[in-house]
Design a protein around this ligand. Structure first.
Ligand code: NDP
Length: 461
């Protein structure tokens, strides 16, 4: 990514770039075989050069090297018994990355691909995202290489109980507050909360977010990430005189984030023509029927290929990347990391895409991001665009502390305000540091400043 600023001298820029390169090399050396963590670090480090050039105090305090080293990384054994009476073993993770501005906060991911690198990339991103929300939450993330797919309810419950039997000693409403992510939805959060409550012998509602509203969850939390992504893109579009109305939208995935991104895009007058799962994608020129997707994925836990059984006019294709060949005005990658590579980005651009909103975490490769920016496609990076989920999680913590509950409309209004502020603060930082419209640089700088200043204020700890 080309870094330029009109705010600092050439010498200051050189010194900042050299500092960033040196720390990046050290991070790669200290964390070998962690490709995803290196990728997240590279994106953030490079975009911070303008702020280091302008404010050398961050270099003097060696903030970058400190912030890239987690405060704590916990791994643990998770033994459980399957339905055939056989003992299975998975590995659990929790990274407590940064607590400068609040208790660690970030989701749990249950997926066979989970390893140290994935958890650290997610945790590192979370620090800046959480800061961007303007709410007092630090950065953390966790999960396990357990695969919930094809498991019975009983197996999922026994696994999550075993997971919490170790995790409980590391978390708490003022310490570390996990939530959901891939493979961890309302069912898993319910089992996790039940086990925590039983072990602690206390009703500490604020220890987990994403709970069902009947026992302390916030209205709008299920919708928050998907809705928030669309609210963010709406701001980006409005700034250029565009909108969702009458636009064609492609959304990858068909999980929590995707479903509510589709719902809000429809509410704003768009037509969503495609969605996917990890096996393939459906293309419905008439517009995806969201009721069918919700039932198939949220209730029946089936594959997206079943969609065409009920909607024979739609087409189903095996594989995940083909979805980006469908012409669209707005693309919302909401499935997983690195799902848009350089070739897919090129195809989207050739087909005239106007805006990208990252609902998933790090769904675009570094090369894809560069292409979008070079071609002046409006690009909403994940840590800004998908921050609505963790923002409403923080609102859930507030409601738990106050022992009260806001209405759906109240939380939705707060979510809209938060997404607008994230957009404005990111665009302002991008302009201030000489990169107008570059929300990657803007979001990273806006998220970084508060955390870095809090770290300096709290001394070398
Ligand atoms: P879910 O588990 O609810 O859904 C994930 C969806 O993505 C599923 O439809 C899954 O398909 C699909 N998927 C997984 N891998 C691929 C792939 N390679 N290609 C296409 N589809 C794929 O997870 P969430 O919706 O919660 O999370 C999605 C993304 O959003 C993640 O990157 C997560 O980190 C991020 N995120 C989530 C937040 C939240 O509040 N939930 C907050 C902020 C970010 P299948 O059913 O086959 O597994």
């Amino acid at each position: 990514m080309a870094i330029m600023t009109n705010q600092a001298s050439t010498l200051e820029r050189q010194a900042a770039q050299e500092y960033v390169n040196k720390v990046y090399e050290a991070v790669v050396k200290r964390n070998p075989n962690e490709a995803e963590f290196h990728q997240a670090a590279k994106e953030i480090f490079d975009s911070l050069v303008p702020i280091f050039a302008k404010y050398p105090k961050y270099i003097e305090h060696n903030i970058l090297e400190r912030i890239a080293e987690p405060e704590r990384m916990i791994t643990f054994r998770v033994p459980w018994v399957d339905d055939n009476g056989k003992v299975q073993v998975n590995r659990g993770f929790r990274v407590q990355f940064n607590s400068a501005i609040g208790p660690y906060k970030g989701g749990l991911r249950f997926h066979p691909s989970v390893n140290t690198s994935i958890i650290k990339f997610l945790g590192f991103e979370q620090i800046f995202k959480n800061s961007l929300t303007g709410l007092p939450i630090g950065g953390g993330k966790g999960g396990s290489d357990f695969d919930p797919k094809g498991k019975s309810d009983g197996e999922v419950m026994r696994f999550t109980q075993s997971f919490m039997t170790e995790l409980y000693r590391h978390i708490g409403p003022d310490v570390d507050v996990p939530a959901g992510d891939i493979g961890v939805g309302a069912r898993e959060i319910g089992y996790l909360f039940g086990q925590y409550k039983k072990i602690r012998g206390a009703y500490e509602a604020g220890v987990l977010t994403g709970k069902a509203p009947i026992y302390g969850g916030s209205p709008t939390r299920p919708e928050a990430t998907g809705y928030g992504t669309v609210y963010f893109v709406e701001e980006m579009l409005a700034d250029k005189g565009l909108s969702f109305k009458d636009s064609t939208v492609v959304v990858s995935g068909s999980g929590n984030v995707s479903i509510y991104a589709i719902e809000k895009a429809y509410q704003l007058g768009a037509k969503v023509v495609a969605c996917s799962d990890s096996n393939g994608y459906v293309y419905d020129r008439n517009g995806i029927n969201l009721d069918t997707v919700k039932r198939l994925k949220e209730v029946e836990r089936k594959r997206i290929s079943d969609y065409v059984l009920e909607h024979p006019e739609a087409e189903y294709y095996e594989g995940c990347t083909g979805i980006w060949k469908i012409p669209c005005d707005i693309a919302l990658p909401c499935a997983t990391q690195n799902e848009i590579d350089e070739a897919s980005a090129q195809t989207l651009i050739e087909n005239g895409v106007k805006a990208i909103g990252e609902g998933a975490n790090m769904p675009s490769t570094l090369e894809a991001i560069d292409l979008f920016l070079e071609n002046r496609v409006l690009f909403g990076p994940a840590k800004a665009a998908n921050a609505g989920g963790v923002a409403v999680s923080a609102l859930e913590m507030s409601q738990n502390s106050m022992r009260m509950s806001w209405t759906f409309d109240e939380v939705d209004a707060k979510l809209q305000d938060i997404m607008k502020n994230i957009y404005r603060n990111s665009i302002k930082a991008a302009e201030e540091f000489g990169h107008p419209d570059n929300l990657v640089i803007g979001a990273n700088i806006a998220g970084f400043t508060k955390v870095a200043d809090a770290m300096i204020a709290q001394g070398v700890i």
